[in-house]
Ligand binder design. Structure first.
Ligand SMILES: [Zn+2]
Ligand SMILES: [Zn+2]
Length: 445
């Protein structure tokens, strides 16, 4: 697995730059430019709106330069961009200082630290030591296309999903993580780069220049010919409510769409929409914007965390013990939208540590909903971070971590009421605020 070490490079110097995708309208054929994060295609010519879906992650390719008559082979690269959190063990030096006398005692305790960083990487996703390890510097102005949009484009080599696990293991080792690195707000896709063979050389089909293969061109050509072929295409789901047939509105990067007519919520899955449970913490006031949060019922192996009383104990929360807490189920919460890293974790922690509201209403007609841009599986990953940051006994936790496993038992989306001021969103029920700029920053992920 060592071969993937140091094989990735940063392709975009600036966080927030996304690739653009060129796609024809499936209805009228008009050319449409999409952003990499877009999930809804809207055609301004024929007014068609479709949801872009796939069985797995999106597959794009970089179109080859014109005038190449040789067969084109497309080499797969993983692209990942977003935020990673690493859970590290660290020695905390705690200094006790006397107030009235000048003395200090330093002691070292085992602590746990959560570090985060932005990343934007790509790496070869094919078992080959000879092919270029990354996409290299490609101009951002270059437009990608969905694999499958032109059946005669060439041969797309089957990508190896194992390369992603190898990458994650390596990433974790390099960052000193004691637990699997957690990726949140990530864009993961496969990007194909074209090559062709001419004479006894293999050429980059974008630059039309030979690859530097150290005279192993014949060997690489053999790999290209013998590799399995990938068949993939994007699915277009009509933006119609499966229950009532009404048009589904939605921001272009929305992962969940809400029906205004019958008050249902839908999550696209491969070829159709699947219903998502959602609850609203209703606010009677006017002018409320609802922010979506994932509410997760999880099973944590190794720690007793069934009820809110269990959490009070494990996290040493300053709450007065009440019999009621022993009957209140514990839910983990995570923002269902992208948010700056420190705030993201703070909201996970604050909402998880607040007892579950009792007056939630199902299928409430909500007018203003902030788009859901963070999927449930990433919210699930975040529950480990929430747990790590909440548990009071870090030493015990450090021992538990390697064997800790979290499984999702049930989930729903909960819409929380916020009032917008000039610079802040304020939760009308619990009073916590969220700067508007933190949400804007999140959208760059
Ligand atoms: Zn159209
Ligand atoms: Zn409907």
């Amino acid at each position: 697995m060592k071969i993937y070490r140091n094989l990735y490079i940063v392709i975009n110097a600036v966080n927030g730059s996304n690739f653009q995708i060129e796609q024809q309208c499936p209805q009228c054929g008009a050319p449409i430019i999409l952003d990499e994060a877009d999930r809804i295609l809207s055609c301004k010519f024929c007014r068609t709106r479709v949801y872009l879906a796939a069985e797995d992650i999106f597959h794009f390719y970089i179109p080859p330069a014109g005038g190449i008559s040789e067969p084109i082979y497309f080499i797969p690269y993983w692209r990942m961009k977003g935020l990673s959190y690493t859970i590290k063990e660290k020695d905390l030096n705690i200094e006790y200082q006397g107030r009235s006398f000048s003395y200090s005692i330093t002691s070292t305790v085992n602590g746990i630290d959560i570090a985060n960083k932005y990343f934007d990487i790509n790496f070869l996703s094919l078992d080959s030591r000879l092919l270029p390890h990354s996409l290299g510097l490609r101009p951002q102005a270059m437009k990608l296309k969905f694999v499958g949009s032109n059946p005669n484009e060439g041969k797309f080599l089957k990508f190896s999903p194992a390369s992603r696990d190898a990458f994650i293991n390596d990433y974790q080792t390099r960052n000193g993580g004691i637990q699997k690195a957690i990726f949140i707000g990530e864009t993961a896709s496969v990007i194909y780069s074209p090559v062709y063979c001419l004479g006894d050389r293999v050429y980059d089909a974008i630059l039309k220049k030979p690859l530097d293969l150290q005279k192993k061109d014949a060997e690489v050509e053999q790999t290209l010919i013998s590799s399995a072929e990938e068949k993939w295409h994007v699915e277009f789901i009509p933006m119609l409510c499966p229950d009532c047939g009404a048009d589904l509105p939605g921001e272009k990067d929305a992962l969940i769409v809400f029906c205004d007519n019958c008050h249902s919520a839908w999550s696209p899955s491969n070829k159709n929409f699947i219903k998502v449970k959602f609850l609203t913490w209703q606010e009677k006031e006017e002018d409320i914007t609802y922010l979506p949060f994932w509410q997760l019922k999880v099973k944590v192996g190794g720690i007793q965390l069934e009820t809110y009383a269990d959490l009070i104990k494990a996290a040493n929360l300053p709450k007065v013990y009440s019999e009621e807490w022993t009957k209140t189920p514990l839910y983990f919460y995570a923002p269902a939208f992208k948010l700056n890293p420190a705030l993201f974790l703070r909201w996970c922690r604050q909402l998880t540590a607040t007892p579950h509201p009792k007056d939630l209403i199902a299928n409430f007609p909500v007018k203003k909903i902030h788009p859901v841009t963070l999927p449930i599986n990433e919210a699930l990953e975040s529950s480990l971070l929430t747990l790590v940051s909440l548990i009071a006994n870090k030493k015990h936790l450090a021992e538990l971590l390697p064997s800790l496993n979290i499984t999702l038992e049930d989930y729903s989306l909960v819409l929380h009421p916020f009032k917008i001021s000039s610079s802040e969103f304020v939760h009308t029920k619990i009073g916590f605020g969220m700067e508007k700029s933190a949400l804007n920053l999140g959208t760059y992920l």
